[in-house]
Structure formats: structure tokens, C-alpha cells
Design a protein around this ligand. Structure first.
Ligand SMILES: Nc1ncnc2c1ncn2[C@@H]1O[C@H](COP(=O)(O)OP(=O)(O)O)[C@@H](O)[C@H]1O
Ligand SMILES: [Mg+2]
Length: 225
């Protein structure tokens, strides 16, 4: 089977007044559907940079990224936004929920960009919130939820469009050990069900060990799996 996500010779350098700061220097990845990868490394080693590039939120300096056989960086802006919305789910370290929307409305945001909130989308949004254990919290605003609950809403939102690639930047970094484990189990369960590619940045050895593969970054590093 071909790789769902293929990364070849990925390089990222930031231009600074003093020098070109090389953050990623030759990353190769081949991840088939259903595979999971933990990205580890010390602070500043380029974990978020890699995730942003995989999520098409930032461009590589050189090298290529292919998702489902398509090069997202060859698309023009509007097509790229639609590609990202359909194929990629992103869970940020801070949940990035909209404070004026309820939990259910937040989960449905990705549908607004696409076909609109159809009855099917709304029903799937409710199912996802039930799956993350928030069936009693549909109408709560983010300020009325705990940190772990907000993170679980963000996960449900990332899954609404059934993305082929799910990216998570330290999704359990702000959670206590118990909530972190619950969030990890949920990720893995939904990942197995949907056979997507799951890439998770984490500082936690316990979390990293739950994934099939690991990419350890060291800053300006080469590497691959
Ligand atoms: N826009 C930018 N311009 C210049 N340097 C940046 C920029 N974004 C990140 N960096 C630098 O790139 C390195 C990697 O950052 P990052 O990917 O956020 O690391 P991590 O997520 O592993 O902590 C850091 O040294 C950071 O200071
Ligand atoms: Mg980071």
C-alpha cells in the first residue's frame, strides 16, 4: 500500500539577521493509513515547526510533502484552505476554542467552511462529543468547561470532517495524569477506527510509547521513519 503521508528531504530554515537558522534538515517520512507517529525532542528542536508544515500552515524551505498523492503546496490559497479543512485535523496545545460558541457549535465549525452544518454533520458532532464523554456538556461555553473537557472538545472538532491526517501538538501537555491518559486512549481508539495517520508531538515518554513509530528531533536534525 502506498504511503498516505510522504515527506522527502524536508528542510526548514528561518532567516534571522545573524544567520539562517536551520531547524529541520532533511526529514523523511513514509506513513501508511492506520499508522501513528510520536515526535519527541527538547524545547526548540523543531517539533511545532514540523507539525505546522505537515498541517500546511507553514511552508518548507525545500523538500516535499505529499498527502493522499497530492502536493498541498502546489495549490493556490483557496484550494489549499479547502484541502486542509477536508483532509487535516489539528489539535493545538492550547485548545483554540471560540469562547462565544457552545461546545457543540465549536465542534461544528469545520462544517461551516465546507458543505455547511447539515443534519448529518450535526448528528456526527453530537456523536463525537458523546464519544469524548461530554454528552452532558453540549450547550456549555468553553469558560464553563474544565481544561480536560476543553481539550476533548478540541479533539472532537478536529475529527468532525474525518481527516486522513490528524496532527496534535502536545495535546495532553496541560492536563493532569488522569485526563492525559483518557485523552490518549481516546485518540488511539478513534485512530484505529478511522485508520488515519496520527502524528502527535509530546514530551511524555508514556504518551510516546503508545505510538507505533517515533521521530526524535534534536534541532537542525536529520531523521526519518
Ligand atoms: N517564525 C520564526 N522565525 C524565526 N525562528 C523561529 C520561528 N519559529 C520558530 N523559530 C525557532 O525555531 C526553533 C524551533 O521552534 P519550534 O518548532 O517551535 O520548537 P519546539 O516545538 O520543538 O519547541 C526555535 O529555536 C525557535 O526559536
Ligand atoms: Mg512546540
Amino acid at each position: 500500500m502506498g504511503a498516505l503521508l510522504r515527506v522527502t528531504g524536508l528542510r526548514k530554515a528561518y532567516k534571522t539577521p545573524a544567520e539562517d537558522l536551520v531547524v529541520l534538515d532533511g526529514i523523511d517520512l513514509e506513513l501508511p493509513g492506520g499508522s501513528s507517529l510520536a515526535v519527541t525532542g527538547p524545547s526548540g528542536s523543531g517539533k511545532s515547526t514540523l507539525l505546522h508544515i505537515l498541517g500546511t500552515l507553514d511552508k518548507p524551505t525545500s523538500g516535499s510533502v505529499e498527502l493522499d498523492g497530492q502536493n498541498p503546496f502546489g495549490l493556490e490559497d483557496r484550494e489549499l484552505a479547502s484541502f486542509r479543512n477536508k483532509r487535516i485535523g489539528f489539535v493545538f496545545q492550547d485548545h483554540h476554542l471560540l469562547p462565544q460558541l457552545t461546545a457543540l457549535e465549536n465542534v461544528l465549525v469545520p462544517a461551516l467552511v465546507g458543505a455547511g452544518v447539515t443534519p448529518e454533520a450535526e448528528s456526527w458532532g453530537r456523536t463525537l462529543l458523546e464519544r469524548v464523554g461530554l454528552d452532558q456538556r453540549f450547550d456549555h461555553f468553553p469558560a464553563e468547561l474544565s481544561g480536560g473537557e476543553r481539550q476533548r472538545v478540541a479533539i472532537a472538532r478536529a475529527l468532525l470532517n474525518r481527516p486522513r491526517l490528524l496532527l496534535c501538538d502536545e495535546p495532553t501537555g496541560n492536563l493532569d495524569a488522569h485526563s492525559a491518559r483518557a485523552v490518549r486512549d481516546l485518540f488511539l481508539e478513534l485512530h484505529r477506527e478511522q485508520q488515519n495517520v496520527l502524528v502527535v508531538v509530546t514530551h511524555s515518554e508514556e504518551l510516546a510509547n503508545a505510538f507505533e513509530r517515533r521521530l526524535a528531533l534534536r534541532g537542525g536534525s536529520r531523521g526519518g521513519v
